[in-house]
Design a protein around this ligand. Structure first.
Ligand SMILES: [Zn+2]
Length: 123
């Protein structure tokens, strides 16, 4: 089948178009064959469209500039890590801010590939 938005070819099991991110409406006639193809599918195809994903660049820069406040981690939904970074920074009089700084490098380098919900970050 093809994407109703951009016409790109998509697999029957995909919920979203891989090219434009549009949601694919399922025809009821496909329900029968869906089970047969299910096992060949890659689960990552059912993630939300790229436009709604969090940006690796935004997260990395937030963490780089405001990492002592855990802002990059809050942005990604890792609230407990963010709070820990604030506490470590406070209790070490700022020395512990090296952690969120390193964290920002890791985010920008793609070492934190998903947000707290397990959704991949976009570049
Ligand atoms: Zn499309």
């Amino acid at each position: 089948m093809n994407c109703p938005n951009c016409g790109a070819e998509v697999r029957d099991i995909d919920r979203f178009c891989g090219r434009c991110g549009a949601e694919i409406a399922k025809g009821s006639q496909e329900a029968g064959q869906q089970q047969g193809t299910y096992q060949q599918t890659s689960y990552q195809q059912s993630y939300p469209p790229v436009d709604t994903r969090k940006s690796k660049l935004v997260a990395g820069i937030l963490q780089l500039v405001l990492g002592w406040a855990g802002v990059g981690r809050f942005y990604l939904g890792y609230n407990s890590i963010a709070i820990a970074q604030i506490l470590v920074t406070l209790f070490t009089c700022g020395i512990g801010a090296i952690w969120p700084f390193i964290d920002s490098i890791l985010i920008l380098a793609g070492q934190v590939p998903v947000d707290a919900d397990g959704v991949p970050l976009k570049d």
